[in-house]
Design a protein around this ligand. Structure first.
Ligand code: HEC
Length: 251
């Protein structure tokens, strides 16, 4: 009995991990790493607004350029703002020491952040900054209490005056397919250059890009998976026929 009980107890242990999850309602996102246009817009936002603080040091520029179908010279000219070679790892010039001196905590590398935090969390976090004058940068975040990051996208989103609420009812315009549900932020302390819907779409692209970054091979992996399944199916038929043929004289 003991022999069964211990493995049984160990097998339900991971369930306890659930209680450590976020206690807020996260906005839902369904990423699509096959949407190359979205990934191209995402990398553009990332290189312009995030790369200065957050490296992607497990990735290489030329790999991203190839996967996202951006010619290397176009990528180097428009998205790399230093004289780094296109074959380099995607590091930045900020040392961990400088990072922690400036922000209290060094901005982490974000190559794997989507795999650690999940897309829903990232999407909520990126849209979750709001005004809080008690904080050093004047902002707080609904998904990350007392966050040490300034609101890097303030000029695009504006500054939400109240903590944005989760969007539960998301609707798309049937004609254009664009997101029409207003929600999240009810009033802005500072207006941004994008509308709420435009910013939501931009964050969709950014999270999509970080999803791709966390596992650049995922499109390829799925393709190979289908090929393996197809091969096994064909092989099953051949194997079955072979089996019948070989055993026919024995029975
Ligand atoms: C001025 C520097 C700076 C810029 C620009 C910046 N961040 Fe940050 N970011 C930080 C710092 C500092 C932290 C650490 C916050 C903490 O732990 O309290 C952080 C934390 C994060 C985290 C949480 C990581 C984790 O799992 O704890 C994410 C996600 C993130 N940033 C995404 C972004 C994205 C995406 C952009 C670009 C739109 C961006 N950041 C731009 C400084 C920056």
């Amino acid at each position: 009995m003991k022999k069964i009980l211990i493995p049984l107890l160990l097998s339900v242990l991971p369930l306890l991990g659930w209680s450590a999850g976020p206690s807020i309602d996260l906005d839902k996102i369904r990423t699509d790493v096959t949407d190359t246009a979205s990934l191209q817009r995402g990398v553009q936002i990332y290189m312009n607004y995030c790369m200065g603080c957050h490296s992607l040091e497990y990735g290489r520029y030329n790999r991203v350029a190839r996967d996202l179908k951006i010619p290397e010279d176009v990528f180097a000219e428009n998205l790399i703002f230093t004289d780094t070679a296109i074959g380099s790892l995607m590091t930045n010039a900020m040392s961990r020491q400088d990072g922690s001196d400036w922000f209290g905590i060094a901005p982490p590398d974000l190559t794997l952040v989507n795999r650690v935090r999940g897309s829903d969390w990232l999407y909520t976090y990126m849209r979750g900054f709001y005004q809080d004058d008690s904080r050093p940068f004047g902002v707080n975040n609904v998904a990350f209490e007392n966050v040490g990051m300034p609101h890097a996208l303030l000029e695009l989103q504006g500054l939400c005056a109240e903590p944005p609420t989760p969007i539960t009812d998301r609707r798309f315009d049937p004609l254009t397919g664009r997101l029409i549900t207003e929600g999240g932020c009810s009033s802005y302390a500072i207006e941004g250059s994008m509308s709420t819907a435009e910013f939501d779409e931009a964050m969709y692209d950014l999270v999509n890009f970080l999803d791709y970054m966390g596992e650049p091979i995922q499109k390829e992996r799925e393709r190979i998976g289908w090929m393996v399944l197809a091969f096994l199916t064909v092989f099953l038929v051949i194997g079955q026929l072979l089996y019948r043929e070989l055993w026919k004289d024995i029975h």
